[in-house]
Write a protein that binds this ligand. Structure first.
Ligand code: BMA
Length: 317
């Protein structure tokens, strides 16, 4: 284990970072960041990247790689474009996809931010191959984002983690549905802290929850307002398997944040924003894909075992 300024390093940056930038794109693109991630059945890593054009609008584009690090094969054209004619909530683009494989349906579900006049909302789409998509439309009205489905039902219902914005703040909630279309039984899952904390202004889910024998491991971003703008850091919590709204442990300190030059400076400085992860063949390694400074895509690896034992020392319920 290496140390950084005396702290344990729980996520290790890949030497190839940033692993994908707009310069790699086969068509005009301004920036490439905040990708959803999954492992396809043949072992290929698929990243569904948020690509922003010069209008300031985003669409999603798939990049595939055998090792999840390099040799990316990028779709020649946008993979999923906004469709404002049929889905007016996508007028200004679609952003920040998070991918979950739903065993029961034998399909991937993508939760993404649909951005329009009402603000950002949460939309769902299903796909088997990342070539054809079935949209389910907007499932959480604006202002709501940072959403991902759980891979299986909890007590008979599908579950969606998301981050509605209310007068009471920007906290993480979980909602339940019998059919992925009708959502209810909303419960507060993780609250932003107050005052001087690193996650006092807002919190939101980062990649989809990761199932471990001890609970759902939650990597989340916390935001602190500073005179120079917002600071985005990553934190970790553990939620009960049968009742994810029950927090078993939440770490006190942040565990990963902007340090490298490509994270410090870009379109939005000081942002590390993961939307996806894949699990290594050892069942322990987390390959975390994150947007760096809203400009490029980077990779860091961590260990479930190390995160859990760090939480044992630095977490409280
Ligand atoms: C969040 C989201 C992300 C973005 C981040 C930093 O609110 O909109 O897409 O990466 O802000 O700008």
């Amino acid at each position: 284990m290496t140390a950084s300024r005396g702290y344990e390093t729980l996520f290790h940056r890949h030497g190839n970072n940033p692993i994908l930038t707009a310069a790699d794109w086969p068509y005009p693109a301004h920036s490439v960041f905040n990708a959803g991630a999954t492992r396809l059945q043949d072992g290929t890593t698929l990243l569904l990247c948020r690509v922003e054009d010069r209008r300031g609008h985003s669409h999603l584009c798939a990049a595939r790689s055998a090792n999840g690090v390099d040799g990316w094969v990028i779709d020649e054209e946008p993979t999923l474009r906004p469709d404002p004619e049929h889905y007016p909530e996508e007028l200004w683009g679609i952003e920040d996809p998070r991918i979950t494989y739903i065993d029961e349906l034998g399909t991937y579900a993508i939760a993404y931010t649909a951005f329009s006049k009402g603000g950002p909302g949460v939309a769902l789409a299903l796909t088997e191959d990342f070539r054809r998509f079935q949209r389910l439309g907007l499932v959480m009205q604006p202002d709501d984002k940072d959403a991902a489905l759980l891979p299986r039902r909890i007590d008979g219902s599908f579950a969606l983690v998301h981050r509605p914005m209310t007068d009471f703040g920007a906290h993480v909630w979980i909602s339940f549905s019998p059919d992925l279309r009708n959502w209810g039984s909303h419960k507060l899952l993780l609250q932003a802290r107050k005052g001087g904390w690193w996650d006092a202004k807002q919190v939101g889910l980062s990649p989809p929850l990761i199932e471990t024998p001890r609970g759902w491991l939650m990597l989340y971003h916390g935001i602190r307002h500073t005179p120079a703008g917002c600071l985005y850091h990553l934190g970790v919590a553990l939620c009960a398997l049968d009742q994810p709204e029950r927090c078993l442990a939440r770490g006190d300190s942040w565990i990963f944040g902007p340090e490298a030059p490509y994270e410090r400076a870009g379109d939005v400085d000081n942002v590390t924003f993961p939307c996806g992860s894949t699990l290594g063949a050892d069942g322990d390694t987390i390959n975390l894909y994150y947007g760096a400074a809203d400009t490029s895509l980077a990779l860091a690896t961590g260990s479930i075992r190390e995160l859990l034992s760090w939480l044992d020392k630095h977490g409280s319920a």
